[in-house]
Design a protein around this ligand. Sequence first.
Ligand SMILES: NC(=O)c1ccc[n+]([C@@H]2O[C@H](COP(=O)([O-])OP(=O)(O)OC[C@H]3O[C@@H](n4cnc5c(N)ncnc54)[C@H](OP(=O)(O)O)[C@@H]3O)[C@@H](O)[C@H]2O)c1
Length: 282
Amino acid sequence: MNNSKRKHKVAVVTGAGGTLCSEMAIELSKQGIKVALLGRTLEKLRRIQKEIENQNGTAISVPIDVTDQNAVLEAGQKIKEELGSCTVLINGAGGNHFDAITSADFFEERELQKSSKEFNGYFNMDMRAFSRVLEINTMGTVIPSQVFGRTMASVGGGVIINIASMNSYRPLTRVAAYSMAKAGIENFTKWLAVYLAPTNIRVNAIAPGFFLNENSKKRLTMDNGELSQRGKNIISHTPQRKFGTPNQLIGCMNWLIDDESSDFLTGVTIPIDGGFSASSGV
Ligand SMILES: NC(=O)c1ccc[n+]([C@@H]2O[C@H](COP(=O)([O-])OP(=O)(O)OC[C@H]3O[C@@H](n4cnc5c(N)ncnc54)[C@H](OP(=O)(O)O)[C@@H]3O)[C@@H](O)[C@H]2O)c1
């Protein structure tokens, strides 16, 4: 298949009810691409579906957990029947969990008390929470890539975009599981890009810096709207001194799905971060 002539008709976006990927799904639909919106909560997906339909686009909501292989396989079948074969996959589902975040940046004596409820350290952390964060942020990309990548391989190619993070390059304090998982995403992006090169599927990742979403808002800002200490730390380590906004990812997404301008680009992770990853802080 001649890559440069392909026009994408169907896209799958996971985490499509969320802050960053809802924007991407809406943008794809504006380009005439039919979009399958995946996530666990139907209402969140329906809201985006409605927005797309109000602008004369086509979208379907598919409420599933992307770590459930059978559910993703079934979703794949449904999407193929209702929309056609997808040639774009955005792996946006992911996130952290409070129980997998340590209460402080460094070890504290009190975490040696197993039952300590008020302090969540590495030594008294519930490893089920740790595993769950690993699973959603790694297998939640691996499984959809397998299912929808297979479709792309059978129709002659496609584009996969994974969502990495600043934690892919260097772990942030407190978030061991999420950091470990997002480092895995950068690594898997390279592996999959190499493996799928003969299939005409390009695999790249976007590594967003800090964008406020429902969860991070609670940790990075306070009730009065001012920044929390962690929020201040982040802004002071971001040379542009601001959080990102979802629309700032769109240009990169469009470039990555454009088979003409990014035909020779595969296996890379692109930071969009106001300079965070470039800065040593000194
Ligand atoms: N915001 C940032 O600053 C930032 C920075 C770097 C990377 N990222 C990454 O960018 C992606 C999108 O982040 P966001 O800020 O838009 O977060 P968000 O608003 O929380 O959106 C994430 C979406 O993923 C869905 N999801 C989570 N677990 C899922 C599962 N097991 N199966 C299916 N869907 C699942 C959630 O919907 P349900 O709960 O309804 O399933 C949610 O709508 C994530 O991978 C995140 O790790 C975000």
